[in-house]
Design a protein around this ligand. Sequence first.
Ligand code: GUN
Ligand code: ZN
Length: 406
Amino acid sequence: MRNILCNIINPISAESYEYLPQHIISIDNGIITRICPFVDGDILDYEDYRDAVALPGFIDLHVHLSQYRIRGMYEPALIPWLNKYVFPEEAHSIDVDYATDLAKRFFNALSRVGTTTSIIYTSPYETACDTAFEIAQSMGIRAMIGMTMMDMNSPIDLEQTTADSLKTSIKLYEKWHGKSPLLDYIFAPRFAPTCSMPLMQEISAFALKHNAWIQTHLSENPDELQWVKELFGMESYTEVYEKAGLVTPHTIFGHSIHLSDRELGILKANEAKIAHCPDSNFFLKSGEYPLQRIQNKAIAFGLGSDVGAGTTLNMLHHAKMMNYRQSEFSVLPASALYHITLGSAKLLGMDERIGSLQAGKEADIVFLKPPEDYPLNEQSLSQMLFFGDEYTVQETIVAGNKVYSL
Ligand code: GUN
Ligand code: ZN
């Protein structure tokens, strides 16, 4: 049982948030049992975090564990960047010691920046994915993790046969789905250029039967779009996935930038989800996310770091980039916060459990301290979104367990 005296910033919707000064958060058995205003003398046994603000732990909807070490490698286009940096680095994870060390560093780094839930790609090796699950479990991390699937047009050391890729993914799904309250498996076909139609169709058949989650990349970079056209000869990128049966309510499409109204209609009709990765889109010169059109269609989306094309795991940075990446529209602080917390929890069907600080929800919390001379108040959300790297993470909690403290 913990009672923590702190200030609170809580998302309410994409338009609003609340600021609660000097409140007590009580946590018991991993659950928030009470949030109430602090009255001196009422509760005697409390920890004093009065100089910090508590927010729901951040959610990263799209991140590549295997690319953590190659952030910032300059190459401003997707396909050359994949060939030059990503594929050679992912190949290192064939060595299980390398993959284990990387996973430990990665999960520590996530916790250090206040991320409490992440949706992860590993690399095309069973052992690398399995060790990521083992480490996540031992560290008390909340995540969905998948083995990256590639069965064509890939370097020899990363390419799997269609049958092997599918068999291994299903084996990992069966090993990890339902095993831990904090972890789940997510099928991760990399993207259409490296996945055959039969592979994608088999993933779809299994996932639909089991209500399993799927993640892939969609319409990110102009050179990728051209390649998909040459390979599949279809009218649009989204229709390739539609034909494969991959457009489902449990599919998270990374990026989704260059889409026609017809393609947005397919995503909406199938209740598919989007992981918007603005920092990565700047880095690879991918283009501008059609935020207004996606919001008008009411397609559910949240933010992803897309490390290693994204340069940092810090979701406050990506929330800022959501605003900056829009050349014509401004994004409200409430909206940016929502898309790294409650909005993403909703999209994942987890908003009864996480995404905001409320009695009855699981205690996934980040405590942040402002830089000296910056008082905490209603405006703190705006300030922390625009210079979040100057705020110090004091502590990160997942389901009541400390996964990081200063
Ligand atoms: N498309 C296919 N693979 C990748 C990847 O690893 N990163 C990004 N940003 N896009 C991709
Ligand atoms: Zn990605």
